[in-house]
Write a protein that binds this ligand. Structure first.
Ligand SMILES: Nc1ncnc2c1ncn2[C@@H]1O[C@H](COP(=O)(O)OP(=O)(O)OP(=O)(O)O)[C@@H](O)[C@H]1O
Ligand SMILES: [Mg+2]
Length: 286
């Protein structure tokens, strides 16, 4: 437990978000959450993609696999949050945000980290979750199709013309966060499904991200290579950090994947007490 390091622990909120579908949010969220858990942290998880519930399914697969194979696989304190279903749009938004505040406030006492898996679309829950992030991780597939959600890129020169809508949304949530508690959101763009060869596309995406980073305020991390293992483990609810415990023989590619996850965790764990004020849920207004 990290209170032992002499800091007063405040739950760190990690949001994995990108409006682009299929960019690797759930894969990344699962590996961060389970990685933190396996290395001894108290972890809560929240699925705000209530339509797909990929994270939630992963955890039920994990529980079932552990049961069937007699394994002791740790599970986080997991919640699913759906938007409020009210006729009045403004009231529904307010209630949705209140529910998220309430859930975060509830988890504060029992978790060191809260990992939130976001949907591949712009929703009230996703926006509000972003506004609570201490760390925002945005996985981006190594392709200009995926980069398009972050920036308009000139088709001839491959230069960044302007940040696009997701950046504007994050900027709004940074302002919301600062107004709420004076805190800031550390934004990391994580490259996913990196090609093994040093392809031209890979270098162009890298150059575009490096050009965009100082303009909109994120850092770039190398993230995960394209690896079959990241796809294969889902039905069993395992991560690449569970392979030895689950008795699965590790290949060179598995070791590579494990190193990538460990490097990501190194960028995620708290270095010092960030002293984020506790979240308090507002009372219902009506
Ligand atoms: N590094 C990787 N190597 C190979 N396959 C990957 C990798 N990352 C993700 N995938 C696969 O890509 C697909 C999309 O990944 P994932 O579900 O994590 O994305 P997502 O952003 O959560 O999607 P959505 O927007 O639909 O929620 C899945 O089939 C997943 O297994
Ligand atoms: Mg997902």
């Amino acid at each position: 437990m990290y209170a032992a390091e002499g800091v007063s622990v405040v739950m760190k909120i990690i949001v994995v978000g990108n409006e682009k579908g299929g960019s690797g949010k759930s894969t990344t969220a699962v590996h961060i959450a389970l990685g933190l858990l396996i290395t001894g942290r108290r972890v809560a998880t929240l699925d705000v993609d209530s339509r797909q519930q990929t994270f939630t399914r992963f955890l039920s697969n994990r529980a079932q696999y552990a049961d069937t194979h007699g394994l002791d696989l740790p599970l986080p304190d997991h919640r699913i949050l759906a938007p409020a279903d009210l006729n009045d749009k403004a009231a529904a938004e307010e209630e949705t945000e209140r529910r998220l505040d309430e859930t975060i406030a509830e988890l504060e006492a029992s978790a060191d980290y809260l990992v939130i898996d976001g949907p591949g679309s712009d929703t009230v829950l996703s926006r509000h979750a972003h506004s609570h992030a201490d760390l925002l991780i945005t996985p981006v597939n190594d392709s200009f199709v995926d980069l398009d959600v972050l920036a308009d890129i000139d088709s001839e020169s491959f230069r960044v013309m302007r940040p696009s809508r997701y950046c504007a949304m994050v900027f709004d949530q940074k302002k919301k966060r600062a107004a709420r508690d004076g805190g800031s959101i550390d934004w990391v763009v994580m490259r996913n499904r990196l090609a093994h060869l040093n392809a031209r596309n890979k270098k162009r995406v890298e150059a575009a991200l490096e050009a965009l980073a100082p303009r909109v305020g994120f850092r770039v991390l190398p993230g995960f290579a394209e690896r079959v293992i990241f796809r294969e483990l889902f039905p069993r609810g395992l991560t690449v950090l569970d392979l030895s415990a689950a008795g699965i023989r590790m290949t060179m590619s598995h070791v590579g994947a494990r190193n990538e996850v460990r490097n990501l965790l190194g960028a995620v764990v708290r270095r010092k007490d960030t002293a984020r004020p506790k979240v308090t849920a507002q009372p219902r207004t009506a």
